[in-house]
Design a protein around this ligand. Structure first.
Ligand code: SF4
Ligand SMILES: [Zn+2]
Ligand SMILES: [Zn+2]
Length: 318
């Protein structure tokens, strides 16, 4: 802070980004983030000005910053908050919802916030769906991911949105890429992209307009834009593998600024050239109940999870 001068106006900088050799003051940093987001949206053909965009908001810095940026850029972007029912002794979901509701009142007039309370709709929230003892945190996070993906898609389809956007940043994407590469998980690698197209089985297009920004940049944007966000992470994120992967990448980044950006961008270029020729997506079919894509005949994983008999099934208690 203050050591570097803004490259555009020579005022004190609020951020220095060695990987871009760029230091900027608050005003020019906000301008740079918004312009770079627009360039990234256009480069990857994420959506068009006439599209209705649904922003998945969690109450954290990334998703609220994304909502603010899209509104400032003039896109029609509404919010979706899914109340996952995570309490963990700190009322996490309830507190997150309060931040989202408060923030929604500051976005452009006419913008809507949709709130989906899983307990009201399905009678159970994520911790109950995952079962109390089975599998611990890993199981809980995998159920949570499944529920979020399914419900975001369902809401977007039902309400006629053309694209769902999430606030994943470069640190998130680089950590996922690192994990997938360590396992050479080709199925995930071919599907890791800043934009995933809609498909004929009702999958709504998905995009990550902030995937080119480091986490410290999205945090700085939230701070200089006076966005009041929940600073606590989900209590179940502690000990997650993704955090360890982020630590390794951070230590490499410290020694060599730009490592994460290069890792991610080089992958995107290779992916575009067809890094895994001959790979065929597994055959998918429509779920008998909800119509969303599933790899196995019958009900999709979400509909099996939320089927009424599951609530009393012994398998759910083990
Ligand atoms: S860390 Fe929390 S929000 Fe993230 S997947 Fe796990 S339970 Fe869900
Ligand atoms: Zn400046
Ligand atoms: Zn289904």
């Amino acid at each position: 802070m203050g050591v570097h001068r803004c490259r555009k106006c020579a005022a004190d900088s609020v951020i220095n980004m060695p990987q871009h050799r760029l230091a900027l003051c608050a005003e020019h940093f906000m301008e740079w983030v918004e312009k770079s987001t627009l360039d990234f949206i256009e480069k990857h053909r994420m959506f068009e000005p006439e599209d209705r965009v649904l922003v998945a908001v969690s109450g954290g810095k990334d998703s609220l910053s994304l909502w603010r940026i899209l509104s400032k850029l003039g896109f029609h972007a509404d919010g979706l908050y899914i109340d996952l029912g995570i309490d963990a002794g700190c009322a996490y979901s309830k507190r997150s919802a309060e931040y989202v509701r408060k923030f929604a009142r500051t976005v452009s007039p006419g913008v809507e916030l949709h709130v989906l309370d899983l307990s009201s709709v399905y009678g159970r929230a994520v911790p109950e769906m995952a079962g109390r003892r089975a599998g611990g945190r890993k199981k809980l996070c995998s159920v949570c991911g499944l529920v979020k993906r399914h419900e975001m898609n369902r809401v977007a389809r039902e309400l006629g949105y053309q694209v769902i956007v999430t606030g994943h940043n470069l640190d998130d994407e680089a950590a996922v890429l690192f994990g997938n590469t360590l396992r050479w998980d080709v199925e995930y690698l071919v599907r890791q992209a800043p934009v995933l197209p809609a498909d004929d089985l009702g999958l709504v297009k998905r995009a990550k307009p902030l995937a080119r920004f480091y986490e410290r940049e999205t945090a700085a944007y939230a701070i200089v834009s006076n966005i009041d966000y929940i600073q606590d992470e989900c209590p179940f994120s502690k000990g997650a593998t993704s955090l360890r992967l982020k630590e390794v990448l951070n230590s490499m980044e410290n020694g060599s600024p730009g490592t994460k950006l290069q890792f991610y961008y080089s992958f995107l270029r290779a992916r575009q050239k067809g890094i895994f020729p001959g790979y065929d997506r597994p055959a998918l079919q429509a779920c008998e109940k909800c119509g969303q894509a599933t790899g196995i005949p019958g009900l999709c994983a979400f509909c099996r999870l939320t089927a009424p008999e599951k609530a009393t099934s012994p398998a759910n208690c083990g």
